[in-house]
Design a protein around this ligand. Structure first.
Ligand code: SF4
Length: 363
């Protein structure tokens, strides 16, 4: 059975929860006690067809291989940056595609993974390449887990350990929260031993009911808010969702999540030249966060071409970026500048997929 095949003729094994697998085993005459071992093996990226790696009966393995596809996604393109950032374009079983990214940590043995929750995105953030091709569909929990597996393989091939996972790729995780949480529950289940809750971050553009649902799920994962502006007018101009939820409403939801989970919220702020990068805006942001234990992560913008609204955004200059950071810190805000990564490849989220789609349609 070919792992590389994207033609899933049956449900892929990574899509099943432990409970579903146990029920299938029991109804097919096997002992359900093997279910966690099978899922643990999948999360460890050991392929069930490698007989030496599994600890369940050969007969069960043969039935599993006959009943389920081993995987439903395939890496169809792989870009590697000079800084080690590796961007994967994954083909899904229905020929749609998503991106996953492995980023090397400055510590030589670690890496972070960035995964997608949807194919395309409906949120319409004006500076984003992903949304330019619209929303296609939610990813299944299995497709999310398969991204984790692909990234773990990439990390191992680079002699690194995948230490953190962020839902910051294509799509808005809060709009596919059921499948995102189902995937996280397996990846971070202590009995399955792949990852811990704190190693996982869900990033949202600020969907308040989703943040509250995440809090109620009580998983203890980290939350990141893509704020990108300290005031409602600038934010709504960049992010259509800003017209639905005000900055104060979004931060209040983050406060609730933080109070319940004890996890410090990260505020993502992508600096766009002449749009949201003035010293006054830095002071407004610092004022907004005063009294809150939140960290600001300043992001360098990776140009994504002409925006949905026909604009061309540029990254803030190094001097302007430094001034913004200094202003935040001078006003007591904990802030960091995230290192630019993958500048020599299609670094912006959705850019590789967009390029691939354009090449296919002109072929
Ligand atoms: S930035 Fe995120 S939420 Fe906004 S359009 Fe892009 S993928 Fe969607």
């Amino acid at each position: 059975m070919s792992i590389g095949s994207t033609q899933a003729t049956s449900r892929p094994l990574p899509d099943l929860s432990v409970a579903e697998l146990r029920a299938w085993m029991q109804s097919n005459g096997f002992n359900g006690v093997h279910a966690p071992r099978v899922v643990r093996s999948l999360l460890a990226t050991k392929e069930p067809e490698n007989r030496a790696d599994f600890l369940w009966p050969e007969k069960l393995n043969a039935r599993l291989m006959a009943a389920f596809a081993p995987e439903s996604t395939a890496v169809v393109q792989r870009q590697v940056s000079a800084d080690g950032t590796t961007k994967l374009l994954l083909r899904l079983h229905d020929q749609r595609s998503v991106e996953s990214v492995l980023m090397h940590d400055y510590r030589g043995d670690r890496a972070a993974g960035c995964i997608s929750s949807q194919a395309g995105c409906a949120m319409g953030c004006d500076f984003c390449a992903t949304t330019q091709t619209g929303f296609e569909r939610n990813l299944t929990s299995g497709e999310i887990i398969e991204q984790f597996r692909h990234l773990r393989r990439e990390a191992r091939a680079a002699d690194r350990v995948l230490r953190t996972l962020v839902f910051m790729g294509m799509g808005e995780p809060m709009l596919n929260l059921k499948n995102v949480l189902a995937a996280i529950e397996r990846i971070a289940d202590p009995r399955l031993g792949a990852f811990g809750w704190r190693q996982i971050t869900i990033s949202t553009v600020g969907i308040v009911p989703g943040i509250d649902e995440l809090r109620e799920a009580n998983l203890g994962v980290q939350l990141a808010i893509s704020l990108h502006a300290p005031d409602d007018a600038t934010r709504a101009d960049l992010l259509p969702l800003g017209r639905r939820f005000s900055v104060n409403e979004v931060l209040a939801a983050a406060d609730r999540h933080q109070a319940a989970s004890g996890r410090i919220t990260t505020i993502q702020y992508c600096l766009l030249a002449g749009v949201n990068d003035s010293p006054a805006q830095a002071r407004d942001l610092a004022r907004l966060l005063a009294g809150r234990r939140m960290h600001v992560n300043l992001l360098r913008y990776n140009p994504a071409g002409i925006s949905l609204r026909g604009r061309i955004y540029e990254p803030s200059s190094p001097a302007r970026t430094e001034a913004f950071l200094s202003e935040l810190r001078a006003h007591g805000t904990v802030a960091h500048l995230r290192r630019a990564r993958g500048q020599d490849i299609d670094a912006a989220c959705g850019q590789l997929r967009k390029r691939q789609a354009a090449q296919s349609s002109s072929a």
